[in-house]
Design a binder for this molecule. Structure first.
Ligand code: NDP
Length: 316
């Protein structure tokens, strides 16, 4: 779809796209089951972090919906790095498990890097293992991190061309910014990566035809920093608890105000909502990129199952 400065921005509906992907994954799981293969995902959740518990529960629930076997391992907060390594080794060796996910953050005393590297690259459905990062970088088939993979799916399934576009990624984390930049590059965009040491950030963001914001600061990218007609991909999930800030971001928005009054907080992305008005297309928060993450995890689990068991059904 062609957009210009005067047309209304298009909302890129992450929930609808995620539903489409989940439906495809469900069909693929059914095909695999006909061959006697049930993809299996193990999720390790250490301790009692409420936000992590919510994420893990919805991952396990989605597995059940799609016919994927799942297992939740819940060691106590006091588990040591060595005990975690034993757990991962057992899951690496278990044939019924195709994907291993270690829910982050881990307690400070556990060596997260060592653990992520202990997961077999073939079962690394989060795409965090250096082997998968390296494969992604060299354009080989890899299990790619779920959030950036979701960004690419949103663009592709919305018919937004990536090749030849000027893409700017703000944020260079290993889980979002860097892999997102790499995937955009693999899709032939001209990519610039910005971060906290970038001088004159606006100079770069204003050039972006595709702008990805993965910063972790509510409304950090303002309307003035955006090129009119650009596609805005807002990865940020920031909980705002200050009423004045909510009114600043969503002036006169009765439904936001009502939600805030009920829960005492609202979720804001890294791009200020006023910037969406000048865009050509944008992902809302919530209901944009965040909605894709679990769908991509399910897809990675099926991809891992097929690759590991030597099946090359459609989509492999
Ligand atoms: P990190 O904190 O790991 O990385 C933030 C990045 O933003 C860093 O590279 C940092 O630069 C950069 N940054 C910080 N301040 C500035 C600034 N003033 N100007 C330019 N760049 C800046 O965050 P994540 O990548 O893990 O997450 C980013 C956001 O995405 C968060 O809101 C998070 O909640 C959300 N998220 C959403 C997911 C989803 O499913 N939708 C999944 C994962 C994250 P530097 O490297 O120089 O410090």
């Amino acid at each position: 779809m062609k957009t210009n400065e005067t047309s209304l921005p298009r909302v890129l509906d992450g929930i609808a796209i995620a539903a489409e992907i989940k439906a495809e994954v469900g069909l693929e799981v059914a095909r695999l089951k006909e061959q006697g293969i049930t993809p299996g995902l193990a999720v390790i959740l250490v301790g009692e972090v409420p936000a992590s518990q919510i994420y893990v529960r919805s991952k396990v629930k989605t597995c059940a919906e799609l016919g994927i076997y799942s297992e939740m391992l819940t060691p106590p907060e006091t588990i040591t790095t060595d005990e975690m390594l034993d757990l991962v080794a057992e899951l690496n060796a278990r044939d019924t498990i195709d994907g291993i996910l270690i829910q982050l953050p881990l307690p400070a005393h556990v060596d997260t890097k060592r653990l992520l590297e202990a997961v077999s690259p073939a079962k690394d459905v989060d795409g965090f293992h250096p082997v998968n990062a390296g494969r992604l970088q060299s354009g080989q088939p890899a299990l790619a991190p779920c959030t950036p993979a979701g960004i690419i799916e949103i663009l592709k399934r919305s018919g937004i061309a990536i090749a030849g576009k000027n893409a700017v990624v703000v944020g260079r984390s290993d889980i979002v910014g860097k892999p997102a930049a790499m995937m955009l590059l693999n899709a032939s965009a001209t990519v610039t990566v910005c971060h906290s040491r970038t001088v004159d950030l606006s100079k770069f963001t204003r050039e972006a035809e595709i702008l990805v914001a993965a910063i972790g600061r509510p409304g950090f990218i303002t309307a003035e920093m955006v090129r009119p007609g650009a596609t805005l991909i807002d990865v940020g999930i920031n909980r705002v608890t200050d009423a004045a800030e909510v009114e600043r971001f969503f002036p006169g928005d009765a439904s936001r105000a009502a939600g805030f009054a009920k829960r005492g907080s609202t979720v804001v992305g890294d791009i200020e909502p006023a910037a969406f008005a000048v865009s050509g297309a944008y992902t809302p928060v919530p209901g944009g990129v965040g909605a894709l993450t679990i769908a991509m995890l399910m897809q990675n689990t099926v991809t891992a199952a097929k690759a590991r068991r030597g099946t090359t059904a459609a989509g492999a």
